[in-house]
Design a protein around this ligand. Sequence first.
Ligand code: ATP
Length: 269
Amino acid sequence: MLSVRGLGVRYGRSVSALEGVDLEVATDSVVAVLGGNGAGKSTLLRAVSGTLGLHGGAITSGEIRFRDERIDRLDPAVVVRRGVVAVPEGRQVFARMTVEENLRAGGLGARSAADRTAARARVSELFPVLAERSGQRAGLLSGGEQQMLAIGRALMSGPSLLLLDEPSLGLAPQMIGRIARIVTEIHSQGTAVVLVEQNATMALQVADHAAVLEVGRIALAGPAEELAASNDVQRLYLGGHAESDEQAAAEVAQARSHRSARRLARWAG
Ligand code: ATP
């Protein structure tokens, strides 16, 4: 679905943020991109969503293809219409607008009124709390609720690929578990996800595949289970998230068992 080949990115003349980065995302998969501060994770998402120019960055080499077509020279709004939508770091909601208005704004990227209605139903099912708070100003929601609204707004345009930049950042363990479950649920509904995270344990529980960025280059990549077992990943990125990891593991296991039950019911019925 998404293919990034030999990607190089610079900010201005002096900062080289990515070099020779390859990343493949298959339809119906969750791919985690891990790495420490400044490794280039957000830069990679900006390159894919076409928003690098807004941050003073530019692609210097390589190419990005989505469903076999080049998207690396497209306007961000065109990338959204192709089906690639990003949720940037930092829970960026329109604080003065209501929850409802935020979701409506997200729906402007939908391909038709019918798609918008279907997306709205999906968002209400995934995030009942947003339906309860629809008239409330987004700036008054809790951090976790704002993250849900940011994801819900992105889903309103009906993406086939969702790019999430550190959705767990600054959230309490229980909320991180809920976000993990929601990502699993979104994936099970047929949307592929690229999940950028510093919380490697949570990300590796949710993802099928993962890549580790180190100073702008891919240092490791492979199936999430293999990376979780790798000594390097354990030493560098795992540990220190124990409570949130347990929550995330429990929520993901629950979402997966619901998914299996639904598949069985479909198969039987
Ligand atoms: P974090 O987890 O801290 O958000 P990250 O892995 O997402 O880090 P990036 O934000 O992509 O890393 O940054 C990669 C490199 O590019 C860093 O050296 C950073 O200082 C630099 N950089 C990022 N944004 C800009 C910008 N707008 N202008 C100049 N340099 C930037």
